[in-house]
Design a binder for this molecule. Structure first.
Ligand code: SAM
Length: 236
């Protein structure tokens, strides 16, 4: 599949997904399994930022590639980032419209992530949260990661959250650490395996939050990786 075909497939797949999920609460905070998933991912993100020495986000420029409706960027607002320093890029107009409504002081651009309309070395933090796994074309994936590295400051950080396994959805392809390392050459990558498999969380969360927490801490049923990716300094 070539890149324009994959972008067309993505647009129609997301439109189809919006129809399929209309009226469902899968992505609502009032869905216990989703709340469990979001909150444990948020804890892992905060811990990753802390390990990377980033506990003050107030002066940092943050861009999310594939920002959707801006939910993840609102979490960065809550962590202390300034609205004017938050940027989002997405393929889909309707999702960007929701993001603009949610974060009126931030900037959103309709663009493909492999052609980011920003100068080189202009962001401190880049976010890729469950966008790359929906791209099936290998060249498009590589192009996006290349452009993320282009717009990242040399001292910057890429935070990656995506699944390595999703056997039920043929419109996506999981990404494992070995591939992430290939996508970001000359970078140091730190991985954490997080997120209890959603089918398990859906069954258990309404019954026992503690059991979800216990199973997730075992890691064997976890479906996502949170990766902290930093460019290595050039060799002397
Ligand atoms: C599963 S959603 C995740 C949204 C958001 N990151 C989150 O975690 O809530 C993936 C998003 O990536 C966007 N996306 C997929 N491929 C893209 C591309 N090549 N360029 C820009 N956005 C893309 C989709 O339009 C969609 O809004």
């Amino acid at each position: 599949m070539n890149q324009p075909d994959d972008l067309a497939r993505l647009r129609s797949e997301y439109a189809d997904r919006a129809r399929r999920f209309a009226g469902r609460d899968d992505y609502s905070a009032f869905n216990r399994a989703n709340l469990f998933t979001i909150q444990s991912r948020q804890r892992a993100v905060v811990e990753a930022l802390r390990r990377q020495g980033l506990t003050d986000l107030s002066r940092l420029r943050v861009l999310e590639m594939g920002c959707g409706g801006g939910g993840v960027l609102t979490e960065f607002l809550a962590l202390g980032a300034r609205p004017a320093s938050l940027f989002g890029v997405d393929l889909l107009f309707d999702r960007l419209a929701s993001a603009c409504e949610r974060l009126p002081g931030s900037r959103f651009v309709n663009a493909d992530g492999s052609r980011l309309p920003f100068p080189a070395r202009s962001f401190d933090i880049l976010l890729q949260f469950t966008a790359l796994s929906s791209i099936l074309d290998a060249d498009l994936r590589r192009g996006i990661c290349r452009d993320l590295l282009r717009v990242l400051k040399p001292s910057g950080l890429i935070l990656w959250y995506d699944f390595w396994l999703n056997p039920t959805n043929p419109q996506t392809r999981g990404i494992r650490p070995a591939e992430i390392k290939q996508l970001f050459p000359n970078c140091r990558c730190e991985f954490r395996k997080i997120t209890l498999a959603p089918p398990i969380a859906r069954k258990l969360a309404p019954v026992s939050w503690g059991l979800c927490y216990l199973l997730e801490s075992l890691k064997i049923f976890n479906t996502h990786y949170l990766a902290a990716i930093r460019p290595l300094p050039p060799a002397p």
